[in-house]
Design a protein around this ligand. Structure first.
Ligand SMILES: Nc1ncnc2c1ncn2[C@@H]1O[C@H](COP(=O)(O)OP(=O)(O)OP(=O)(O)O)[C@@H](O)[C@H]1O
Length: 254
């Protein structure tokens, strides 16, 4: 079971971001995606997140060829891939309603309709909402309006909302670049805990220390290709490609 891109190409007009990139994310692992600004990390995440169809190549979620599948299959698979962005993008309501939203979207229409009244009217929050908030230490803020959260707390709620979808894969685009060390640590721990529960995670990051702290494997995206992918320890201590060494040493200037 894996999320996989095979020889995918992404082009925007005259700009080719990458031509034939292949990456596989297994359930239960964390893959860090590193590379200089503009290398295409976000573009690759959006492709893995099934938001955009690549110009060439294949995207598979647990064997299903997403862009050859029916609309219905694609929608079902899309629900299993969650994404957390640099900005939390919460709705202007309470923490609870934000996280419940994830829960409702994940369900089928029929179940949602049947459960609509209890979910909206019930005073007791659904257990998955409490569980998701506990993962990021926000369970005590469940009835708090999001306007009164700090940036770091808001990002933790965004993480909880993504978890409430019960995703199989979770994609993070620079999730902690605006956060202080404590909130960063909470998010990193939550990513690790989520993958122990068999979620496969991809974290695009500029922070090499973060990649070293949390990733099982690291992929370096550079010059339109994955120049190196391998176990974290190996990639940082004995990279196979000279460009990897230069990138890690901060010598690649773009
Ligand atoms: N929707 C789009 N339309 C046109 N060009 C785009 C679009 N999305 C991305 N690009 C271009 O694709 C290239 C890769 O961008 P992308 O945001 O994926 O890089 P990145 O590695 O995530 O960068 P950063 O680390 O700065 O976030 C850039 O040259 C960007 O301008």
């Amino acid at each position: 079971m894996a999320l996989r891109v095979e020889n995918v190409a992404r082009r925007f007009g005259e700009t080719t971001v990458f031509e034939a990139v292949s990456v596989t994310i297994e359930r239960g692992e964390i893959l860090a995606l590193i590379g200089p600004s503009g290398a295409g990390k976000s573009t690759l995440l959006r492709t893995l997140g099934l938001f955009e169809r690549p110009e060439a190549g294949t995207v598979r979620v647990d064997q299903t060829d997403i862009w050859a599948a029916t609309e219905r299959e694609r929608l079902t698979k899309r629900r299993s891939v969650g994404m957390v962005f640099q900005e939390p993008n919460l709705f202007g309501t309470t923490v609870r309603r934000n996280v419940e939203y994830g829960l409702r979207v994940r369900r089928s229409w029929r179940t949602r309709f049947r459960d609509l009244v209890p979910v909206i009217g019930n005073r007791t929050p659904p257990q998955p909402v409490v569980n998701a908030l506990s993962l990021v230490g926000m369970e005590d803020a469940i009835e708090t309006p999001v306007e009164s959260l700090s940036g770091g707390e808001a990002q933790r709620v965004a993480f909880a909302r993504a978890m409430a979808y019960d995703p199989t894969y979770l994609l993070f685009d620079e999730p902690t670049s605006d956060l202080d060390p404590r909130n960063t640590a909470v998010i990193e721990d939550a990513v690790i805990t989520a993958t122990r529960g068999e979620i496969g995670a991809v974290v695009a990051t500029h922070d090499m220390h973060q990649a070293q702290r949390i990733a099982d494997r690291v992929a370096l995206l550079l010059d339109g290709e994955v120049v190196e992918i391998g176990p974290t320890e190996q990639l940082f201590s004995s990279p196979q490609d000279p460009r990897t060494q230069k990138f890690i040493d901060g010598e690649l200037v773009y």
